[in-house]
Design a binder for this molecule. Sequence first.
Ligand SMILES: [Zn+2]
Length: 173
Amino acid sequence: MAIHPILEVPDPRLKTVSTRVEAFDDELRTLVADMFETMYDAPGIGLAAIQIGVPKRVLVIDLQHEGEDGEPVRTPRVFINPEILDPSNEHTLYNEGCLSVPDQYAEVERPSTIRARWQDLDGKVHEEAMDGLMATCLQHEMDHLEGVLFIDHLSRLKRQMVLKKLEKLRKAA
Ligand SMILES: [Zn+2]
C-alpha cells in the first residue's frame, strides 16, 4: 500500500470525467487500498480515485463513528461505478470541505435522501437508501467522477473568494 499525493485546485486533472471500472482485479484492490491509506493519512472522510490522479469510477468513504472509549471506529466503504437513484425533492444544506480544496468550507445544497447503487470489489451490485452525512458525502464524491468540485456549486463570486483565500494560504505557507 502507498500514500499518494492528493491533487488540489486548480489542477486540471480534477476536471476529468472518470471511466467505468470493467476489471475487478488485483490492480483495483491495490488502488482501493491506496485510496484508503491516502484518505486516512490526510485525514478525510471520502476520496475519489481522480483525486490521486486515477480517472476511474471508484470512491472510498469512512464516516468513522465514535466508539465507547471515545476513539473513532473505522467503517470503510467502497463504491465502484456508483449511481444515484431517486434523489429527494427535499434538499439539505451542509458545510462541505474537500481534500482537493484544502481548509476551505462552504454550504452546499443537495437532495437530503437518495438511493444509491454501486458495485463492490468483486463486482457484486448493491443498493441502499441513504440520508444524512452519508447521502451528502456520496453525492460530493460522485461529483468528482464528473469532474465537479463542491465549489462549482457556489456562485461565481463565492467560488472566487474561496480560491483567493486558498492562494493566500499557500503563499503564506
Ligand atoms: Zn472532494
